[in-house]
Ligand binder design. Sequence first.
Ligand SMILES: Cc1ncc(COP(=O)(O)O)c(C=O)c1O
Length: 495
Amino acid sequence: MCELYSKQDTLALRGKHIGPSCKVFFAADPIKIMRAQRQYMFDEEGERYLDCINNVAHVGHCHPEVVQAALKQMELLNTNSRFLHDNIVEYAKRLSATLPGKLSVCYFTNSGYVSEANDLALRLARQFRGHQDVITLDHAYHGHLSSLIEISPYKFRKGKDVKKEFVHVAPTPDTYRGKYRENHEDPAKAYADEVKKIIEEAHDSGRKIAAFIAESMQSCGGQIIPPAGYFQKVAEYVRRAGGVFIADEVQVGFGRVGKYFWSFQMHGEDFIPDIVTMGKPMGNGHPIACVVTTKEIAEAFNSSGMEYFNTYGGNPVSCAVGLAVLDIIENENLQENAVRVGHYLTELLNEQKAKHSLIGDIRGAGLFIGIDLVKDHEKRTPATAEAQHIIYKMKEKRVLLSADGPHRNVLKIKPPMCFTEEDAKFMVNQLDSILTEQMISNKTPSVSSHNTIQETHEELPSNSTMESTENHSRKRNGMCPDKPALLSKRLKTER
Ligand SMILES: Cc1ncc(COP(=O)(O)O)c(C=O)c1O
């Protein structure tokens, strides 16, 4: 595949025609990705990067069976869901079978991808009992629509928007750095009691709770795994107040945690959310998302008399893609792979933790792992500059990682599910060499605010002034040996 433009021209055109708030990763020297396969991405020079971040390419970048499924259906028919079609019902049936029995009604969405699903989940919740207020977790991100920015402290705390009066922010159930830690006698109860208090205070001021929304494991918030029993207690309080529990499985669903298909299932069989939203990995890069709920909530939504029509939500092509993804997860034993490789990777990382004092905590499940970097183990002071430094250095070593969390000090690992033990070893070896180098030189990298990673929800460093020289051993990918000189020339005159 040839480049249409030189990298420089692509950048220039992007600067001219794409909104400036759409950030690129590594802004000073962005990566131009031309193609990808399985867990690898290739730049315009054919240089291979190990992708440790792309949970959207769940079953592997450009999986041929997903591509074929889309192609085959695209050749035959693609239309809206007002026509009867087998794909939508078959997919809804298959998806429901992965969930507890009472979660059996699906609404498919596409535009806005997952944000649209979370927006619809809020509408369902509000229609259910006519309540308005939403409880969200601190540092949560649930999407880019106005309705979701309002309930995403990750975003609204950074913008000029103030918290809306119908939004209530509960502390993140983070037992490493949060309000109640692992040495607390019952952090699940303590964090759930915070939600209870919020509900009581809302009632005192005449407000009514429509929903509590949370990711089953918080991703942007810093790879947080809530303590066992927390969700059960929260669900009890929220339901007692007439609200519903919305589990956002956008980042962590579809078997990422290995043992379970959905991350909320880690909390035990006695915990079942009222609404589950899903997307990203669902279409392996094709835009499809979904809200699954109970019959009771769906009927309440219907009782408003308003039709739910979403032109391309649940179209035959998207559903064919979704079905292919489900088949691949099963046929390629990707959940087992997540258990095995995730376990191996965690072991390797724990060895690193024993070796490098910068690593404060390793947490995760399956192929969803966080490395919390700290300056000191006692106070757990976030090592933000160091995290940024490592991310850039890893990029030089051709490993794509990101750092997130409120202090941007948590290295996030959420690779395609076909990630292997060999990949895990390679990634950890690179990390080890960077940490060792840093220990020897014993200098904290200075990172100015200009240099820190820009806030995004699929974040990678956006400025690479910290980068040292590029790896010069670039290989050609053999697919497009010559730069499109003509196009380059034309663009230069256009600027
Ligand atoms: C937890 C969570 N929910 C919702 C979204 C919104 O997804 P999209 O960007 O596809 O609309 C994201 C995106 O990163 C997310 O991380």
